[in-house]
Design a protein around this ligand. Sequence first.
Ligand SMILES: NC(=O)C1=CN([C@@H]2O[C@H](COP(=O)(O)OP(=O)(O)OC[C@H]3O[C@@H](n4cnc5c(N)ncnc54)[C@H](OP(=O)(O)O)[C@@H]3O)[C@@H](O)[C@H]2O)C=CC1
Ligand SMILES: N[C@@H](CC=O)C(=O)O
Length: 355
Amino acid sequence: MSAVAFAPRVDTAPRSALVLLGTGVVGRALLTLLGTPAAASLRLVGAANSRRQHVLPDGALPGDAVEHLARSHEGRDNGPLLAALDAAGATHKIVVDATACTIEAGRHADWLAAGYHVVTANKALAGGQLAGWRALQKALAHGAVYGDAATVGAGLPVLSTLRRLRQCGDSLLTLEGVFSGSLSWLFNQYDGSRPFSALLRDARRLGFTEPDPRSDLSGEDVARKLLIIARHAGFALGSDEVEVESLVPEALRGVDTQTFLDRLEELDEPLRARHAQAKANGKRLRYLARLNQRGRARVGLVEVDADHPAARLSGTDNQFALTTTRYHATPLVIQGPGAGPEITAQALLGDILAV
Ligand SMILES: NC(=O)C1=CN([C@@H]2O[C@H](COP(=O)(O)OP(=O)(O)OC[C@H]3O[C@@H](n4cnc5c(N)ncnc54)[C@H](OP(=O)(O)O)[C@@H]3O)[C@@H](O)[C@H]2O)C=CC1
Ligand SMILES: N[C@@H](CC=O)C(=O)O
């Protein structure tokens, strides 16, 4: 692993002050990037996980935040973190959400309305209930910035491209592709030789899955990304308007996360059978998302031909094929790695610096 160059300490008022919610795989990767020269204009003033938080002393290094947090006795309350942002004297105050928590996502609109910028990897607001999306749009009228690049394609330039096309008067007609890094990785690898559950354990260890991998396997995470893109494109789709195929067996849907992880082998037989059927048909399995021109949305497992664009992906590749009024003969395709702590953290850092 290469050495990380730490940014020089900044003793004057920083251009941007940040608090970080979530110190899991993405949050920790961001803390590493905050210690590099690219982040020299930023000051981290506080950090939190689900159980505790800590307002960092002046001059604390981002890389030490997890240790400060581990020693902290402060329970969770966003008040002191926001107060630390106010006290930093920075030009910009930024809340970074690297959790998957629906409750924190539900606060984004209030923070924006109060003048805090929000940079998020958490998709639960923009990709959740339509009312939440509408509250977000209303809050954005106050002028604060919502950095959302990490919510789709782990930072691939999907939302920025869509905004640019719309600014030019172009409109999205249809959307199709592979929107999950973990499901892409799983089905790119799965050939029946290793149990699906073993591959899933690897995907989790590599930081590709959601905190509860059922969010990926149920299609919920893919549906959220589809909703985020569709809503950016002007389709006012409710979360109940996406047809979702879940790969989680009925018996594993209601159990707690640890029980699910203990019983992963129950995924193996149904997926082995689906794979064998696809193979007998000369096809490959891919988990696809589709939105048609009438706004009909579906995410699910599809048998595709070997020459289908999704059959030629590798690793955690995502693929977004956008057909628009001006890209209509062939779609505009955005493709590349779509999960992983480092690229997701970089998407967050890019949005922070863009503020
Ligand atoms: N992994 C990836 O490749 C990508 C992830 N994302 C998104 O990034 C987010 C984080 O994912 P990831 O890092 O993998 O998940 P992890 O499970 O590794 O980390 C989640 C972190 O959030 C913390 N947390 C949960 N609730 C709260 C809360 N209310 N306040 C403060 N912290 C809280 C957890 O605390 P504790 O440690 O106490 O459990 C944990 O530190 C998710 O929304 C995910 O969808 C987006 C793109 C790609
Ligand atoms: N769990 C997600 C991570 C990125 O959003 C995925 O697999 O795509």
